[in-house]
Design a protein around this ligand. Sequence first.
Ligand SMILES: [Zn+2]
Length: 348
Amino acid sequence: MMKKNILYLSVIMLILSQVAARAADSYGDYPTYDEMFAEIYKLEKENPDWVEIGEYGQSVQDRPLVYVHIMKPGGENLPEAMIAANIHGNEWIGNRLAIAVAHRLVENRESDPWIASLLDKMQFYVLPCLNPDGYYKTWERRNDIDADWKESRKNAHGVDINRNFPLPGARTVNISMAGSDDPDSERYTGPHPYSEPESAAIRDFVAAHNIFASIDIHSNWGTFFPPKCNGSACEKRFKKMMKAASDKQPHSKYPTVAQWQVDSFSGEMEDELFYSYGVMAVCWEVFPMKFAAEQKKRLKHSFWGGNPENIAYWVENDRDAVLAALEAALNITGGKPVPEKYRKVKLH
Ligand SMILES: [Zn+2]
């Protein structure tokens, strides 16, 4: 009996030590860079008629910039929707959400009539990791709770890719959130717009396609941020799009923060996609800050200040909401670029 107890105890100790080793050497259920890519290539391999993976460029450190194209066979002329994530290298929940949307579309294309109807109306480009060097850098810092966290947000040149797009109009608010020309800032704009291969590749990708709407996924505000609009008529269209999204959120309904009078251009992707290409582009912030703060305190690593421990819960909250937003944008635009009158920048 004694021996048996010791055996049990040693087995339990072994399991506990393995759990501890994994916890210290990982970010819980979040995949490594290689595991993340293996996941999307598996999706392509298992669904060759529906999924095609392609490269639209390379990062500073020559990592591939990858899109996952999901299209009904013969759907080449359908309007094109985009779901992009992880432009900030340490915001891995965005990557999880984007890939979950891809799984949802591919795996439920026959079993769920709503998904089937979406695939009848549009094709999808999922860009799950706009900043692969940042993803990799984040992984390397998994054991370093004192690491300079702001560096993991940026690309390998130390530029915030989401402050590296051209400004459609003047920067009217001079706060660090709107971008900084200080290379030490976590929101360093870079030497000039499109100085970075990652942002230039997004420009070239969008220019080569007919994207009518884009969801650019971030964390941790639990909020929808449309582009800075030129007036209330423009803003109304975005509010309608985002109402469709929050109606689909079962756990936490995000507010839409849009105040065209006080918002400022800041070199963010959604402003450039909207003004230059007429894309109904929205910044989508998963995971409200109040939860993030508690989690970061408990788990003692900055990673957990931006990424929920319970991935499934937040994917469930936001996955169908992303698709509902794109469906609403399709209804609003007919799959065509937003008319100029909504995106003409007032000079005075
Ligand atoms: Zn972000």
